[in-house]
Design a protein around this ligand. Structure first.
Ligand SMILES: *Cc1c(COP(=O)(O)O)cnc(C)c1O
Length: 525
């Protein structure tokens, strides 16, 4: 924290200076905040019991009484409230404005979802409660499973995976179990397109497969010919994202699936971008064997700092026997949890479990609320509006920013730009940082890897035209300044509490534990 010690008045205001020289370090309503351990005082908080020290009390702790201070921060209630409120103001949130992060689908979380998830019968349910006392909760899981299977045109769904990446692992483990059952454990290669989300190759490698890249064509789609040419007896399957991370629909997916199946492999589809096609396309019709659905993207449950994810995985008929437990099943007697594989029943080949219990109940309730409040026509409109909004962004900015696939036809739910054409020495990071000064969270940067200096913008279907126009105006102005070589951009953001951080060091060597500062005298020795 830098505090101007010279007096109460700010020294010469450096407009936009990263370290605004005010006495407090505050920038209007953006307040500097020290760590919680650096504020407050344990000597002045808490409750004093008068007379306790004087009373003779026997020590029954057997020598285990604390001999040093407990080491917790000492804040009064208003100080604690202010601390966290101030920190919250330094964060961007979907409830503050448009969140253009491509691939993340940061969209409005309807309050109705929250209201339903907070009904005590759902929010207080315990995973170990006897099944006959939680029939309603099981019915929610069962109904949501029904709609996920219906919307995707698949055979079954495993509800328990807790995020997209966890769902990928679930799908790949089912493929592995299916191959083992066929005695084809020698199929050890998973093909992944170059544009894939990093979780795809990581999942395949984690599950013990070797990963081979499939190149992209110049129009941003999977090179189908190259993929088909690589198929063979060592290939376990492919992992393909559709719509892909360049925001384009993989038109050849059915051809690819047919070829993969003919060669004895399975098709995993990364369904994180399902919001662009929900109600319009059923992945089951495209030959997909397993696909995760990010409830926290497509079905509007909160994510990022806002809540846990949930990544149910839908399966084709071929992979259904290998899906993990538990399953909710409807019987004459009510809803029933299949918790263990059993030789007589149809889950005998299940590969096991992904989690201890049943998945994210709160997310299930929110997602089902969202599905039922939209209905079939409303969900179709979700996809249409997501695509319309992304194309509006793409076409509004392609005259200013390089748009590598602008000629590949309409985009789907996200628009991709690159830093080609900016002034010498300017790149994507300068645009991203300058957007912070404009009051927006930056777009996704440098991903997908197939586009140099990529900027991936996903407005989502929940933005109004006015909100899109404001964002487009901001991005246009920043892009024009980067093309004109405006040096102020190189040190942006100027109005955020922090400017440019060493992000690599922050990621690789995070300091997560506060240590009491060494007294100056000791440090000098
Ligand atoms: C978000 C995303 C994932 C991973 O999902 P998580 O829920 O973050 O684990 C995988 N693939 C794509 C394309 C994504 O956008």
């Amino acid at each position: 924290m830098s505090i101007n010690q010279s007096g109460w008045r700010p020294t010469a205001p450096q407009a936009g200076g990263a370290d605004a020289p005010t006495f407090t370090g505050n920038k209007a309503l953006m307040l500097e905040e020290a760590l919680i351990f650096e504020i407050g005082d344990t000597a002045t908080t808490g409750v004093d019991f008068t007379g306790v020290a004087a009373a003779p009390a026997s020590d029954r702790l057997g020598g285990l009484a604390r001999s040093a201070p407990i080491g917790l921060p000492g804040l009064a209630e208003p100080e604690a409230v202010r601390h966290y409120t101030r920190l919250s103001r330094q964060n961007y949130a979907i409830d503050l404005g448009l969140f253009p992060l491509g691939s993340c689908t940061m969209k409005h979380n309807p309050r109705l979802n929250e209201k339903m998830a907070r009904l005590p019968g759902f929010s207080d349910v315990h995973p170990l409660a006897p099944v006959d006392t939680v029939q309603g909760a099981l019915e929610v899981i069962h109904q949501l499973a029904h709609w996920l299977v219906t919307l995707t045109g698949m055979t079954s769904v495993a509800m328990s995976p807790k995020a997209g990446a966890h769902g990928e692992l679930c799908g790949i483990l089912a493929i592995k179990a299916a191959l083992a059952k066929r005695g084809e454990g020698h199929r050890t290669v998973i093909l992944v397109p170059e544009s894939a989300h990093g979780t795809n190759p990581a999942t395949a490698a984690f599950a013990g497969f070797s990963v081979e890249d499939i190149p992209a064509t110049v129009d941003g789609r999977v090179d189908t010919a190259a993929l088909i040419a690589r198929l063979g007896p060592d290939v376990a399957g492919v992992m393909i994202t559709n719509p892909n991370t360049c925001g384009l629909f993989e038109r050849d997916l059915k051809t690819i699936s047919d070829a993969v199946h003919a060669a004895g492999g399975y098709v995993y589809c990364d369904g994180a971008n399902f919001n662009a096609i929900v109600g319009r396309v059923r992945p089951g019709d495209l030959g997909v064997d397993a696909m995760h659905i990010n409830l926290h993207k497509t079905f509007s449950t909160p994510h990022g700092g806002g809540g846990p994810g949930s990544g149910p995985v839908v399966f084709s008929e071929a992979l259904t026997p290998f899906a993990p437990l538990p399953f909710v099943e409807k019987t004459e007697a009510g809803f029933h949890l299949v918790e263990e594989e059993n030789a007589e029943d149809h889950h005998a080949d299940s590969f096991g479990r992904m989690v201890a219990f049943h998945g994210q109940m709160g997310m299930f309730t929110r997602a089902l609320t969202y599905i039922l409040s939209h209905g079939a026509d409303g969900l179709r409109q979700v996809a249409e509006d997501a695509v319309l909004n992304a194309n509006y962004v793409l076409r509004s900015l392609e005259d200013t920013l390089d748009a590598p696939f602008a000629t590949s036809g309409p985009c789907m739910h996200e628009a991709i730009f690159s830093d080609a054409g900016l002034a010498e020495g300017f790149s994507t990071i300068d645009i991203a940082k300058a957007l912070i000064d404009e009051g927006f969270h930056p777009m996704t940067m440098y991903f997908p890897l197939v586009v140099h200096g990529a900027m991936l913008v996903e407005p989502t279907e929940t933005e109004s035209k006015a909100a899109l126009d404001q964002f487009i105006g901001a991005l246009r102005s920043v892009a024009e300044r980067a093309k004109a070589g405006d040096q102020a951009l190189k040190t942006a953001p100027h109005f955020a509490p922090r400017a440019r951080l060493d992000e690599t060091r922050a990621a690789r060597k995070p300091i997560l534990v506060w240590k009491e500062p060494v007294p100056v005298a000791a440090a000098a020795e």
